[in-house]
Design a protein around this ligand. Structure first.
Ligand SMILES: [Zn+2]
Length: 137
């Protein structure tokens, strides 16, 4: 699947302009850098290369350049603060959950392990409740 570079605003105001180290559109005007854009594109390309088909990969500008990739309940991103990949699983249990890793695959694997662990806890809790529902002989 191709990487989609999103425009937040139609027309000229939404087109990023390269000026020295900045790469920012007039509507944003926050001094987004070309380096940030390149990093976002590199992460997007990495997901495309290693994660296989079926991922929706987006790059966009909004007070900085960002990217994410989604497939089903999963969303991959890169945390510049932690310098790690992050994988979120949405609508999973009471809270969305997030795994971390050195690669997108590691982050997704971590998220899935957390989901399995949470599911075990839910299953055990349900077994306790449902034991009251089983008719006694
Ligand atoms: Zn900008």
């Amino acid at each position: 699947m191709a990487i989609r570079v999103l425009r937040n605003v139609r027309g000229k105001r939404g087109i990023p302009v390269r000026k020295g180290k900045t790469y920012c559109s007039p509507w944003c005007n926050c001094g987004c850098t070309y380096k940030e854009y390149r990093q976002a594109m590199q992460h997007a390309l990495q997901v495309e290369r290693v994660m296989g088909k079926g991922w929706k990969i987006r790059v966009w500008e909004n007070t900085g350049w960002h990217f994410d990739a989604t497939r089903g309940l999963a969303r991959l991103s890169f945390s510049y603060r932690d310098k790690k990949w992050a994988a979120e699983l949405f609508r999973f249990g009471a809270n969305d959950l997030e795994g971390k890793g050195e690669t997108p695959r590691e982050a997704l694997h971590d998220a899935i392990l957390i989901a399995v662990e949470q599911n075990k806890k839910v299953a055990l809790a349900l077994m306790k409740i449902t034991s009251y529902l089983v008719p006694k002989r």
